[in-house]
Write a protein that binds this ligand. Structure first.
Ligand code: AHM
Ligand code: MG
Length: 347
């Protein structure tokens, strides 16, 4: 490696410090919080990568607040996130997919709230398919220690997030995050245990050629969604159709591909699940902030995800997220119209 190449290497910690310097009054707490999450993710990564080797696979026998079976790795990731975020002292309210109520961190007056899905894609744990961690960070709006007040405080619009990110445990492990000034991706170099900046200033293409959804639920989708899927499968040179279908079943992995290659990821409402499956507070909101920061769009099919007023920690919303022109097309079909007319199709 030449000296010039060597100089370009930047670790996540260096990057965070450098960013902090450009905010003269920053207290450093958000930076420490991000570093805590990075540590938790490296510990989770260590367990995920040896999941097939040790007796960690299998089900704990409990179910989480959604009635889904919790696998041991979910439990482990949940505990690691809580432990890392509690010890740092920067946050006093946490919310996890695996816990019904908010988690109050004792003995800290930390300024931040972190909501997270500790291990996304749990149905893929036993089959060696990519998994993820998703996090959403808000600044507290008060110092109240009243439980009811804190529950409400944790329910803020996605627009109020000060940072959001995900970790993808894939063929390599990546941490992608935003603090509202662009999106940057870091790849874990396991030999030195550091995330290195590998994807600076990520931008999503304006239009892609992949769509991603659970096509098996076709008959359960509303008419507009069925029409849109038919459209994507139709043949047309100008609009580069048919699109290719990709669906991993781990939101983080499907959205990571969408961020890099463009296209659309959809988890729509179905007849049996009118609000879809994905959770607003720790799945849709953080992903929406990242994708918007990269130049894309995120919608529940009709409204911008980041503007939705949350009602409860575990609420579900339909999700249409990805390249701007693809999401506009999907919204247009859901409204009963054909492809979006305001953009040049195929651009
Ligand atoms: P999980 O948080 O319990 O893993 O559930 C969320 C996952 C997402 O990662 C993924 O997009 C979706 O569930 C897949 O659901 P389905 O199997 O219905 O297609
Ligand atoms: Mg999960």
């Amino acid at each position: 490696m030449s000296d010039a190449q060597r100089k370009q290497i930047m670790t996540l910690s260096q990057f965070i410090i450098e960013r902090e310097r450009s905010f003269p009054y920053a207290s450093g707490e958000l930076s420490r919080l991000l570093r805590d999450i990075s540590l938790a993710s490296r510990l989770i990564n260590r367990e995920v990568s040896k999941a097939g080797l040790v007796d960690i696979l299998g089900i704990t026998g409990k179910s989480n607040v959604h009635g889904e079976q919790v696998k041991k790795l979910d439990d482990f990731a949940h505990r690691e996130m809580i432990s890392a975020l509690s010890m740092g002292g920067e946050c006093s309210i946490l919310g996890s997919e695996e816990e019904k109520d908010i988690i109050r961190v004792a003995s800290t007056s930390g300024k931040y709230i972190v909501l997270f899905d500790p291990l996304d894609g749990s149905s893929n744990i036993d089959v060696n398919v990519s998994l993820g961690t998703i996090f959403s960070i808000y600044r507290r709006s008060s110092e109240s220690t009243d439980l009811e007040h804190q529950r409400k405080e944790a329910l803020r619009k996605g627009l109020k997030q000060v940072a959001a990110g995900y970790v993808l445990y894939g063929s390599s492990t990546m941490l992608v995050y935003t603090t509202g000034r662009g999106v940057n991706g870091f790849t874990l170099d396991t030999s030195i245990g550091e995330y290195l900046l590998s994807h600076p200033d990520m931008q999503i293409p304006k239009r892609g050629k992949y769509y991603s959804t659970n096509q098996g639920y076709y008959s359960l989708y509303e008419q507009g969604m069925q029409d849109y899927l038919q459209y994507l499968q139709g043949e047309d040179e100008v609009t580069h159709r048919p699109y290719s279908l990709r669906y991993i079943g781990t939101l983080v992995a499907d959205i990571h591909r969408t961020l890099l290659y463009g296209g659309i990821f959809m988890y729509p409402a179905t007849r049996t699940a009118p609000k879809g499956k994905l959770r607003l507070m720790y799945e849709c909101n953080p992903m929406a902030l990242i994708i918007e920061q990269a130049g894309g769009l995120a919608s529940d099919g009709r409204n911008r995800i980041l503007e939705l007023e949350p009602r409860e920690l575990h609420e579900r919303v339909p999700l249409f997220i990805g390249s701007e022109h693809d999401v506009l097309d999907a919204q247009s079909f859901l409204a009963g119209n054909g492809p979006y007319q305001g953009t040049e199709n195929g651009s």
